[in-house]
Design a protein around this ligand. Sequence first.
Ligand SMILES: [Zn+2]
Length: 195
Amino acid sequence: MQRGPYPAQQARRDPPPQPHPIQPRPFASRPGESWFPRSGRISKRWTTVVVHHSATDSGGARAFDRFHRGKGWDELGYHFVIGNGSDTADGMIEVGSRWHSQKHGAHCKTPDQYYNEHGIGICLVGDFTRSRPTARQMQSLVKLVKFLSYECGIPAQRVTTHGAVTHGTLCPGKFFAVGPIRRALLAPATATSMP
Ligand SMILES: [Zn+2]
């Protein structure tokens, strides 16, 4: 803690702040594919990413939106859904209506609601207590999380899973591992990941 008057000369000699330990540049999305909300502005509220599975063999944003409304929720609880080739193409990323309005999630309940208020919810279609996510789903997840990490300043260790947060669910299943996602975030950008 600096005490007393702070000489301007000294302030100018202070070292610059350390760079943020995240991916140095965004991962390119396919042409026509945008993960920015319609307003173009991403809220500063997001501090963490929470990964889920759907615990179903099939589905997509539309089906889960219906399911969540049926439970009395306002709309689809997740911000993004990644298809498995059932309702939508394998690895296809659907942007939920909540993401467009930059609204809190309804996917990871804790007593203080921190993870719903500040967590971006991504659901991969499938039941990963019984089988693995597809390679395309994992590729898409890495791309999306790299984008979100860069745009929201979320470091790799803040990418987590529903079960790791609440310890009250198997979601997203024993066949899903968050380690490779974190490692991909920490790895230097390669030629193939450049826009
Ligand atoms: Zn979940």
